[in-house]
Write a protein that binds this ligand. Structure first.
Ligand SMILES: Nc1ncnc2c1ncn2[C@@H]1O[C@H](COP(=O)(O)OP(=O)(O)O)[C@@H](O)[C@H]1O
Ligand SMILES: [Mg+2]
Length: 500
């Protein structure tokens, strides 16, 4: 039988020395039994013998394969260079080893790991080739999946700015990701990192807490988790959060701790801001009642007719202070409520601009008349927009009152508006003291007042503009200083018309 004669010949060639000891049939059986596909071709590349595993791998039966060229498996997925390299290697009598994408009889592609050994006779002539094949598709797929999931993990770690560390508990050295070292202010991965280097970065005040938590975790084989402040290599102080989990070896001993670290400075700032806001809200709430009582008693005292004219003057001064405190408390309450779901909500309603501004101007007239300031309100073409009446009233009162407060005696305040697409701008211009260019960026900060304003007899809080800025932004608009010079200032409030 052809099948038998070819394997007999091969086994003879392959086992020159042991052929006499082990019967040929054993070699035949061994090749047939192997889990790898085996193909034997003659020197022209025609298949002379295949084993059962080859049929399982490729779908071609023994008879279908015999006489064919192994090209029947070619998938065209593979570049010709691979085949050229393969042929030149084995024709030179050398072993070729590599991976090839092949095609099964049913058309399905698979990845094959293959070794081709030429069979060389005494005179050095190649007579046959033996190919050993193994399907490694699932191995490659698993590797690809692993690589993909590693990539995903890296992406998540990098985008969330999470550093990874693996601390050897025996010598305290650690492997880290680049992001880890970046968190501590190093632009590149340091050649070495130790637990002690980490502790050096932790602020003195937090060090004891961090290391005692570490020792506790080691002694109890528990997780290590903490927040602390660190001084980066550039001197900047930042907040970090880190957590680590033990890796225990088969003998039950602690070997290493694997963990992550994140820079949480921004979160901390936001948390502190919330605490501050809550404190302001609580404090202003508590101050309101005693202030109302003082106010009521002063009123009673003034009306009782018991006080002398000198005392009346003092009562008026106290009333002025109470007025200022009341306003301050109301501003603080408003500022503390911004961003607070329950209180800082914008309630939109339809507002007619001319009617709305007219009312506000009226409310400012007494204040203006005290300084002989004339308010020139230039009406716009009639239109309505969508906004929160209470908050916008606060905004425009602030700006117009500022124009009067920081305006000159016998001065002028002009209010005009421009409609532009879906936006409108309201300009409030005065011919007052002006704001220095370098101070313009600060006037919208809470409690900021210019030197000139502080020397003004008007008692301000420096909160008006920061409230105005918040109100305009909460409406999707903005407020800015359009121009300012020692001759006067123009503020511009821009607001969207909104859905009416
Ligand atoms: N129209 C203006 N002209 C000059 N300075 C102004 C004007 N409006 C505001 N400012 C300056 O901006 C500061 C902040 O304003 P604001 O927040 O309303 O606080 P204040 O309670 O002091 O009025 C004022 O103290 C003043 O220095
Ligand atoms: Mg003000």
């Amino acid at each position: 039988m052809k099948k038998e004669s070819s394997i007999v010949k091969k086994t003879k060639n392959l086992s020159k020395n042991i052929g006499s000891i082990i019967p040929e049939s054993i070699f035949y059986a061994a090749l047939e039994a192997t889990a790898n596909g085996v193909v034997i071709t003659n020197k022209k590349g025609e298949i002379e013998w295949v084993n059962g595993a080859f049929t399982e791998l490729t779908g071609y039966t023994f008879l279908e394969a015999i006489g064919k060229n192994p090209k029947i498996l070619k998938s065209w997925e593979q570049s010709d260079d691979v085949y050229k390299n393969l042929w030149s290697t084995i024709s030179a009598g050398k072993v070729w080893y590599g991976e090839i994408v092949n095609k099964r009889k049913d058309g399905k592609l698979y990845i094959e790991e293959m070794t081709i050994s030429p069979v060389v006779e005494d005179e050095g002539k190649v007579t046959h080739f033996i190919a050993i094949k193994q399907d490694i598709t699932s191995r490659r797929l698993a590797e690809e999946k692993l690589r993909e999931s590693e990539e995903r993990l890296n992406f998540a770690m990098n985008t969330s700015h999470t550093g990874v560390w693996d601390l050897n508990l025996l010598d305290h050295t650690a492997f880290r990701s680049l992001e880890h070292d970046r968190i501590f202010g190093y632009p590149k991965l340091l050649p070495e990192w130790t637990y002690e280097m980490f502790l050096d970065h932790v602020l003195q005040e937090d060090r004891e807490e961090v290391s005692s938590r570490f020792n506790y975790a080691i002694n109890n084989k528990s997780d290590w988790s903490f927040e602390c402040r660190i001084r980066r290599v550039d001197g900047e102080i930042r907040w970090i959060w880190a957590t680590g989990r033990h890796h225990i070896n088969k003998a039950g001993a602690l070997q290493s701790m694997l963990g992550i670290v994140q820079d949480i400075t921004e979160q901390k700032k936001a948390e502190q801001e919330t605490l501050k806001t809550e404190f302001i809200a609580d404090a202003t709430h508590e101050l309101r009642t005693p202030l109302a009582i003082i106010r009521g008693n002063i009123d009673l005292l003034a009306r009782s007719g018991l006080s002398s004219s000198g005392q009346n003057e003092k009562i008026n001064a106290i009333n002025g202070e109470i007025e200022h405190l009341t306003e301050l408390l109301s501003d603080l309450t408003l500022l503390a409520s911004k961003g607070n779901e329950a209180y800082g909500k914008i309630n939109l309603e339809k507002i007619n601009l001319n009617l709305f501004l007219e009312k506000i101007v009226k409310r400012c007239e007494i204040l203006a008349s005290k300084k002989n300031i004339s308010i020139n309100f230039k009406k716009s073409p009639d239109f309505s927009f969508c906004g929160d009446k209470v908050y916008l009233e606060k905004l425009f009162l602030n700006i117009i009152k500022n124009a009067i407060t920081y305006g000159r005696e016998k001065g002028k305040v002009t209010i005009s508006s421009i409609l532009e697409n879906r936006f409108f701008h309201i300009d409030v211009a005065d011919n007052g003291i002006g704001i220095k260019q370098e101070e313009i960026t600060f006037i919208f900060d809470r409690f900021y007042r210019t030197k000139e304003a502080k020397s003004n007899k008007h008692k301000g809080s420096g909160l008006g503009l920061s409230i105005s800025k918040w109100v305009s932004e909460a409406h999707g608009g903005e407020i800015k200083v359009l121009e300012s010079s020692p001759k006067g200032t123009t503020f511009r409030i821009s607001l969207p018309l909104g859905e009416i």
